[in-house]
Write a protein that binds this ligand. Structure first.
Ligand code: ZN
Length: 319
């Protein structure tokens, strides 16, 4: 394959890679997602990260066959826009011409846009834990909870919005979700929702090391690494909130499996990757009582591509 660029645009970080084939990048760069300046600042940061990754590979952006970008929000490939990427920037509520903005910053390189979780799932099917699977759900457990669905070997996008496993209802009248509805998986398992919950519990007098660890690390939000650290310290609040997250994820994923009867489920995303196999095993076990065909569960595995899956999948957008 030609040398391509891949960008994983997330709420916390921007991961850029330059890759030829397989899963080993020729160059890589990761920077925090800018919290100020809205979509233009994000476009500038993406271009910086990609230039740095290309430099590490001994190349210029213009040497690349193209650059794929996996982004949250609604993607319009014809218009080259990303709309409502609010997990990336609170100012990204409207439509932003990301393709053209990147092309002009990257010496005219060809830019392809894709949905972040769908490209992440594609990467797992082509290069990772889902290889040779005809049907699969890729679950991305991070700031939010998203999924990509592969049926008969092809991505299933529905009418453009398929895969919103984070907004499957696991508790009628339950906790308010970041989407404004109630009882969604993401209301319990999304890192953003979990942080809001933790802050509320602290306001009501509960104790936790979560925010101490955050300050020690000079962060402004609870990253996956901070959650993992608090769990290692057996922090009560973190353990409680993660237990609830696992239960909600397991119920939501099992319900999706009852509907689609896929061969495999791949668990990735910032938290899924950081917490790793022990938590994949917990999700697998907690799915079991919810499975209609409990004698024949799907294979539930951790992402094989980890942190780089999104960027590798984005690079696959460049044919
Ligand atoms: Zn929701």
């Amino acid at each position: 394959m030609a040398v391509r660029g891949g960008i994983d645009l997330g709420g916390t970080k921007i991961q850029a890679i330059v890759v030829e084939e397989g899963t080993q990048p020729l160059g890589a760069n990761r920077i925090p997602t800018p919290k100020q300046g809205g979509p233009p600042a994000v476009a500038e940061a993406i271009a910086d990260a990609l230039r740095a990754a290309a430099l590490e590979a001994g190349m210029q952006p213009s040497d690349l066959a193209g650059v794929g970008v996996g982004s949250p929000g609604s993607i319009d490939n014809e218009a080259g826009t990303v709309t409502r990427a609010l997990n990336v920037s609170p100012e990204w509520s409207g439509s932003f011409p990301l393709r053209d903005e990147l092309r002009s910053r990257l010496d005219g390189a060809a830019i392809r846009l894709g949905n972040d979780v769908r490209v992440g799932t594609l990467a797992e099917v082509r290069l990772g834990a889902g290889r040779d699977r005809g049907s699969l759900i890729g679950v991305f457990w991070g700031t939010g909870v998203g999924s990509g669905v592969i049926l008969d070997g092809k991505p299933w996008g529905g009418r453009g919005a398929a895969g919103e496993i984070g907004h499957m209802v696991v508790r009628l009248g339950g906790r308010t979700c970041t989407c404004g509805r109630q009882g969604c998986v993401e209301a319990y398992a999304g890192r953003k929702a979990m942080e809001l919950r933790a802050r509320k519990m602290v306001d009501h007098g509960s104790h936790t090391k979560l925010f101490e660890i955050m300050e020690e690390r000079g962060r402004e939000q609870l990253t996956s690494g901070i959650w993992a650290r608090a769990l290692e310290h057996e922090d009560k609040m973190a353990t409680h909130l993660i237990d609830q997250a696992v239960a909600a994820l397991a119920a939501g994923i099992a319900s999706a499996v009852n509907l689609l009867d896929v061969e495999a489920v791949v668990i990735g995303g910032g938290l899924g990757t950081r917490l790793g196999e022990p938590y994949v095993e917990r999700i697998r076990n907690e799915m079991q009582p919810h499975l209609f065909r409990d004698d024949r569960p799907p294979e539930v595995v951790g992402s094989a591509l980890g942190d780089l899956g999104g960027a590798l999948g984005a690079a696959l957008l460049v044919g």
